[in-house]
Design a protein around this ligand. Sequence first.
Ligand SMILES: [Zn+2]
Ligand SMILES: [Zn+2]
Length: 202
Amino acid sequence: MRVMSRPTSERRRPAGEFPFVIEHAARAGLIGHASKNLAFPFHAPILFRVLEVIVIMSIDTSGKWWVGTSPEDIKEYVEAYASQGSYAAHEFRLARCACGSVDFHLDADDNEGVARRTCTKCSRQHFLCDSEEFAGEAEYEHWRCECGSEATNIGVGFSLRKKGGEIRWLYVGCRCAHCGVLGCYANWKIDYAPSRHLFDRV
Ligand SMILES: [Zn+2]
Ligand SMILES: [Zn+2]
């Protein structure tokens, strides 16, 4: 199967595609301190829907940052984060190492659309989704929680172009393995097909 892709020199965060609305997200409590990415599309009516969702979630949203009790909580966080913009998350996959561990070190370049996880148990490295194609240009930022932890659970939310269709955007969500704080560390565009094989490369 041949996968079309753009040249690595072309950045995957074209200027203007993502309106900058940091203050709205901060108000909704959706930007954790572990979030490097502070830009995403926003529509005011959707904020109210997000606030409704917050009420029924098991995630603790009472503090400054959202805190999840299990790795799976990343799904709800990413869905709420994505629903603030025009690219809602429809699919979610939790990252799990071949050894079974869900605790990783994470290095990412949000501009190039590259994220690499390293298992804290067996040191195995894996590039998330299509990251490896763009890894040559990457300037990594190492994920570290404010609590001092460098171990995080990782999950990817995928926005689809239509139901059952191709992926148009993906969000790399995190949950600190020590304190549970949730965040979105990177997100980028997918503009080729087929793309659904990326679900299995988280
Ligand atoms: Zn491992
Ligand atoms: Zn932490």
